[in-house]
Design a protein around this ligand. Sequence first.
Ligand code: ASP
Length: 454
Amino acid sequence: MKLCKFGGSSLASAEQIRKVCDIIMSDPKRKYIVVSAPGKRYDDDNKITDLLIALANAIHSGYSGSDEIEEICSRYEDIARQLGISDIYGDVIRQDLEFRIHENRANRLALTESLKAAGEDNCAKLLTLYLNSLEVEATYIHPGEAGLELEADARIVQATDESFLRLSKLKELSGLLIIPGFFGYAKGSKQILTFSRGGSDITGSIFAAALTVNVYENFSDVDGVYSVSPKLVRNPHPIRELTYSEMRELAYGGFSVVHEEALEPILRLGIPLNIRNTNNPSYPGTMIVEERFDYDSIVTGITGTKGFCALHFSKYLLNRETGFIAKVLSILADLDIPFEHMPSSLDSVSIIMKDKVFPNDKERIVRQRLYEELSIKNVKVERGYAIVTIVGDAMAQTVGVAARAVSALSRSGINIEFVVQASSEISMLFGVKEAYCNYAVTELYKTFYSYSGV
Ligand code: ASP
């Protein structure tokens, strides 16, 4: 069996929803369907989720939110009318929103969460109605009622272990199951809790794992994953297959094909993820798998991300002091500053962080504490770094990849500020000044893909 998740652009209009239904019905293995909320129909359009968040904010600020309510209702009403389901579907949505507002009026967070979830929830109900109108057996499933229980720690929201067993019971149901993405119930309650933005991908992955499907198909509006951003290179090399770990590295470097947290549930069971395009359904897309056996290039993908800074410090005979780095890191931890990489030499260390987590006020405290508690005087902070990464499972078995990358950058006159390579050898990171970021990416792409024009 397959689980298909459709993103917002695939559900933005009646025309897109018809395409979705054609895709679902063209393969009897497509049994479990997870949907996002209707997204943008064109560049300046509003996503339903953004309108719902605006509605929640309006209510919190003491307004009625009637403009947002009207816009949301008319979007659903247009879709329902064009699908031939109903001419007054806007009223159903209005009642639903009013109910959510009324029920949660006393609790700010609960109100926001319930409204945010309304986008996917109503979209799943609408799709179910449409499929039923075509005489297709389809059932709407409420994720919370079906057993999706979520717990939130400081940074992420994830499904409890018990959720998977409960959701697996859905296998017993016949026909198509239509599941709204993005939300579940908070652990031990019936209160709605949503994932972070783009979180329907995570719902898809959780249900794919619980229902032990053979493939998790994730449909959006791109043909798949490319070796480099199409914004930088015309007709970039499409990636046919890549591993979860390659995808993870590429996602970290800014390839936002699926939500960063969406790989974890399927990864445990080795369920392949197939990235596909609703607007080009015959294209096979990109397959993300546990292990690969054939490679059509040494480097699978190249990314560049801006917005990093480095805290450099040195101390003579630093290598002889035990626990020294632990103390430095505990100062960062006290201030809730996560770090990304830590290249070092005998007497010096550079701690690479995202610029936004290390503002000037925290920098001042860190400098002072390093001086007072560890007698470190030579502290230097440099901002405006980008990290350019080459990713590829095949790099570990290939001689000379680093040499090729470094000489490509040096030929182009790009100074490498730092280099990071972990023992897995699946990726190699080069720190460069932000101004060189895109240039470095295209020069590396030329080198590894024998590409001449950008
Ligand atoms: N609708 C939500 C968002 O816009 C979740 C999703 O589409 O995955 O972020």
